[in-house]
Ligand binder design. Structure first.
Ligand SMILES: C[S@@+](CC[C@H](N)C(=O)[O-])C[C@H]1O[C@@H](n2cnc3c(N)ncnc32)[C@H](O)[C@@H]1O
Length: 300
């Protein structure tokens, strides 16, 4: 039975409730407790930031108090706030997320940023075709479709449950006509040539998963995390498969884990079909994105 806080929250105004929530989260060792408390109170009171800060003295309604209690109980069990609120922000847009999909991360926004930067340079830049392999919530595919008005994206996932979430997100962002969804193992089921492949596949080594934060190891889908013994099982296969689908001059964009970029870049630069292999850092200075381009003439 989760703890209840009715007495403690009784008669508290928004500001005092915010303080109470922030303290409880902080005591539980949750990073960013103040920010999370603000998100919880804004969510529960349905107030945009400007109004929220102008109304801090307002008393919470009984149903709002109840809602805060429910959220706090779940969060203290380490369930990620994004799953509780069914919402994650990615590239400035709101995505529905729940336990069926990985919560999209800021590192992946960087992957999208690099795809967008190179979009004018794609083989058929006017109306490119792209693949998002391991689409999860659809964050990459849908963002690309929102940002590039003529792009067609095929979003692939092995998980039917993840694809349900991704389809709903595509409808929400009104790009269902330009993003199609396929349940498949990597790109084996795709029969067309594409200008770019983007992938944020599972890359955590199996043995490292229990050591991740409870938010990740106990709540995010195992199939979205587990990259096999080395972490690179799926990425290695995709590197081998990608040349069969990429047009000459097409690009491959891969998100990788800490300490994996050199190995992945090596896998690609060792094969002469690839050129312009590059590694890009995330905001923490970690080598995070591996980019490679197929040679123009692929005589074999
Ligand atoms: C790390 S999550 C990334 C989700 C999303 N692209 C993002 O960046 O937030 C990896 C996704 O790959 C999917 N996946 C795992 N193995 C796969 C495979 N063999 N073929 C296709 N998708 C796979 C998982 O179901 C999961 O949704």
């Amino acid at each position: 039975m989760p703890p209840r806080y009715s007495k403690l929250l009784h008669c508290l105004n928004i500001q005092a409730t915010w303080q109470f929530v922030a303290e409880r989260l902080n005591q539980a060792g949750i990073d960013d407790a103040s920010r999370e408390a603000t998100i919880v109170l804004q969510h529960v009171t349905h107030q945009p930031p400007a109004e929220f800060f102008a109304n801090l003295q307002r008393m919470l309604l009984p149903e709002e108090r109840e809602h805060v209690e429910q959220i706090l109980s779940r969060r203290l069990e380490r369930e990620p706030l994004q799953y509780i609120l069914k919402s994650a922000c990615f590239y400035g847009r709101d995505f529905h997320v729940d336990a069926r999909v990985l919560i999209p991360r800021p590192e992946t926004e960087l992957l999208v940023e690099h795809v967008l930067t190179r979009a004018p340079d794609l083989p058929y830049a006017v109306a490119p075709r792209m693949l998002d392999v391991g689409t999860g919530s659809g964050a990459i595919a849908i963002t690309l479709a929102c940002e590039l008005e003529n792009v067609q994206v095929v979003a692939i996932d092995r998980s039917a449950a993840a694809l349900q979430v991704a389809r709903a997100n595509a409808a929400k962002h009104m790009v269902s006509d330009r993003v199609s969804f396929i349940q498949a193992d990597l790109i084996s089921a795709i029969g067309m040539q594409v200008d770019a492949i983007a992938a944020n596949l599972p890359y955590i080594p199996t043995a490292d998963i229990p050591g991740l934060s409870a938010e990740v190891s106990s709540f995010e889908p195992r199939a979205a995390l587990d990259g096999g013994a080395s972490g690179l099982d799926l990425i290695r296969v995709l590197c081998l498969q990608a040349p069969t689908l990429l047009k000459p001059d097409g690009w491959l964009f891969l998100e990788v884990g800490q300490h994996q970029a050199a190995e992945v870049a090596g896998l690609l630069s060792d094969v002469p079909i690839w050129t312009a292999t590059d590694v890009l850092r995330d905001l923490r200075g970690i080598d995070r994105i591996v980019v490679a381009r197929i040679r123009r003439h692929t005589a074999q």
